[in-house]
Design a protein around this ligand. Structure first.
Ligand SMILES: [Fe+2]
Ligand SMILES: [Fe+2]
Length: 405
């Protein structure tokens, strides 16, 4: 997984898996949880010692989430005894692709990392650390989910299970590489602590498919767009991690293609009016989350020479075009009105942030939030209700291995 998702949460269900997870209740009362982060000693060594002072980062509705699902239902969905129509040949072919492990030797660091980090100062350094933290958390979230799916599906569908395990291998690699990046800044995310302390959002399998497919594909488009931009504008290449994005994003692309194949194997998730409504819902959720998040961090995108809104719209449009190949309906994101709505959401979200940061007492803050939350909800609803684009159903041949550029 590579991107953040789910501004809006469709399911409020608790599961009894460990660790326990909590669902955020509303826009009006974002819950804050401290996530432990270790600051390593200030020596120039790149070792990521977990000792040292602790720094807290706030978790809000827009921070990357951890996901869990109904693993029993997943087992049933991919049980080859029950579902004779499952196209196992397709999964076997995909498994071979994952076993090839194209990026086995890709994620090797060099001394440029530490040197680049040491040169970074002030607000850019701060925003860079946040980028590494958030990316690491999002990648690690994918690792946890895929690892558990690999474990749980072993008996009923060993082929699909092995693919999930190999995808968790990829995500662990991505998260580890980002965490090593944090060590260049004398920091390290305590991933063991995160596993236990983070809230887990529950999605039924059907929703996991929509959400993770989108997350992988939007991650692909984010990484490849940044990579191409920095290749053309090397003067903005302020940290070498971006040089790795070209091969890295192919992992995310393969992960997305696997979710395409999973959804094709469960056509009931793609072929009715409910599927169309949910498809649009998840597209909107993922796009709005990214847009609002990124617009709060324009310093990062400007720091690498990008215009935040232009970058986001490019990523949204490309992701939407890719998604239209499998989802039965997508949003009309190329309609200028869609961007106008996103921009209005940014303005409202900025006002919400300002209320949160004001010195008012909690009651006053909440009263001030009410009209803003209503306005934000109404913009989101209006965007959802824009005439959609009917789409979907590519031939499975599209999932054959290959680079996408
Ligand atoms: Fe990843
Ligand atoms: Fe991924």
């Amino acid at each position: 997984m590579a991107a953040e998702m789910a501004l809006v949460k469709p399911i409020s269900k608790f599961n009894n898996v460990t660790p326990k997870f909590l669902i955020p209740r509303s826009f009006t009362k974002p819950r804050f949880t401290s996530v432990r982060m270790s600051a390593t000693t200030s020596s120039s060594s790149s070792s990521s010692s977990k000792k040292g002072s602790k720094k807290n980062i706030n978790e809000t509705l827009l921070t990357p989430r951890f996901y869990t699902t109904d693993f029993d239902e997943m087992e049933t969905l991919f049980n080859t005894e029950i579902n004779k129509q499952l196209n196992q040949d397709e999964f076997v072919a995909l498994l071979q692709e994952f076993k090839t492990d194209y990026n086995q030797t890709h994620f090797v660091r060099n001394k440029e990392f530490k040197e680049a980090a040491d040169k970074m100062e002030g607000p850019l350094r701060q925003i860079f650390v946040e980028f590494l933290e958030r990316s690491c958390t999002a990648e690690f979230s994918g690792f946890l989910l895929y690892k558990e799916l690999g474990r749980r599906l072993k008996k009923t569908n060993p082929v699909v299970a092995e693919i999930f395990s190999l995808m968790s291998r990829d995500e662990a690699r991505h998260a580890g590489f980002l965490n090593k990046g944090l060590s260049d800044f004398n920091l390290a995310l305590d991933l063991g602590f995160l596993t236990k302390a983070r809230k887990y959002t529950f999605f039924k399998p059907k929703f996991i498919f929509y959400a993770t497919y989108l997350s992988e594909k939007i991650g692909y488009w984010r990484y490849i767009t940044i990579y191409r931009h920095l290749k053309e504008n090397p003067e903005y290449q302020c940290y070498p991690i971006f040089k790795y994005f070209e091969n890295w994003c192919q992992d995310e692309n393969r992960h997305g293609d696997f979710f395409s194949a999973l959804m094709k194997a469960q056509p009931q998730f793609l072929n009715d009016w409910k599927a169309k409504l949910w498809s649009r819902f998840f597209c909107l959720s993922v796009y709005v989350t990214m847009y609002l998040n990124d617009c709060q961090r324009t310093a990062f995108y400007e720091g690498i020479g990008l215009n935040t809104k232009e970058f986001d719209m490019h990523v949204i449009i490309e992701t939407n075009r890719t998604t239209a190949r499998i989802f039965p309906a997508v949003l009309d994101v190329e309609n200028p009105e869609f961007k106008r709505k996103l921009d209005r959401m940014v303005v409202i979200n900025d006002k919400l942030q300002a209320v949160g940061q004001s010195d008012d007492i909690p009651l006053v803050k909440n009263l001030k939030r009410i009209p803003l939350v209503a306005a934000l909800a109404s913009e989101i609803l209006a965007a959802y209700l824009m005439p959609p684009i009917e789409s979907g159903s590519v031939d499975l041949a599209d999932f054959e291995p290959g680079l996408v550029y």
